[in-house]
Design a protein around this ligand. Structure first.
Ligand SMILES: Nc1nc2c([nH]c(=O)n2[C@@H]2O[C@H](COP(=O)(O)OP(=O)(O)OP(=O)(O)O)[C@@H](O)[C@H]2O)c(=O)[nH]1
Length: 136
């Protein structure tokens, strides 16, 4: 039976849309108990903690997940999405990392650098599919 909307936990999530030349950094999530996000592709990031700014949360999440420092630029979109078990508001920021892939995959299965036209080849989370549609 579907859960009532009011009982779903809501999280605020930040996502880093990291560009290098004309390519975007795409990351594959690990297995999850929720099949609709399990092994899906996403932009790196995560939940904003109490008292944290989006900027602080992005820097912390990218360090935790990738041991990488990025430059956080402008916000390029905000998507509200309801998954069957929880809801999120994802704020996406255009970011830049270094010129080499000197990051680690501490919480992801893999990564790809794809052009805007190639993004549709991947199985993205539903929220990111909608976010990508809004990107130029
Ligand atoms: N990081 C990230 N999460 C996304 C994106 N799109 C999207 O729907 N989500 C969803 O937003 C939620 C973010 O949770 P997370 O698991 O990445 O964040 P976290 O490490 O802070 O959470 P945790 O400590 O509960 O594991 C997940 O349910 C994830 O599927 C995205 O582009 N990046």
């Amino acid at each position: 039976m579907e859960k009532e909307t009011t009982k779903k936990k809501h999280s605020r999530v930040v996502a880093a849309v990291i560009m290098r030349n004309d390519r975007y950094l795409c990351m594959q999530r690990c297995r999850s108990k929720y099949e609709y996000i399990s092994e899906r592709w996403e932009f790196p990031g995560g939940k904003v903690e109490d008292g944290e700014s989006d900027h602080e949360a992005l820097l912390r999440e990218i360090r935790e997940e990738m041991d990488w420092d990025v430059y956080v630029g402008r916000r390029i979109g905000t998507i509200d999405h309801e998954y069957p078990d929880f809801s999120i508001t994802v704020a996406a920021y255009l970011c830049r990392g270094g010129d080499t892939d000197d990051f680690k995959l501490l919480e992801h299965l893999g990564y790809k650098w794809l052009t805007r036209d190639e993004l549709g080849q991947l199985a993205w989370t539903a929220a990111d599919e909608r976010l990508i549609e809004t990107m130029e």
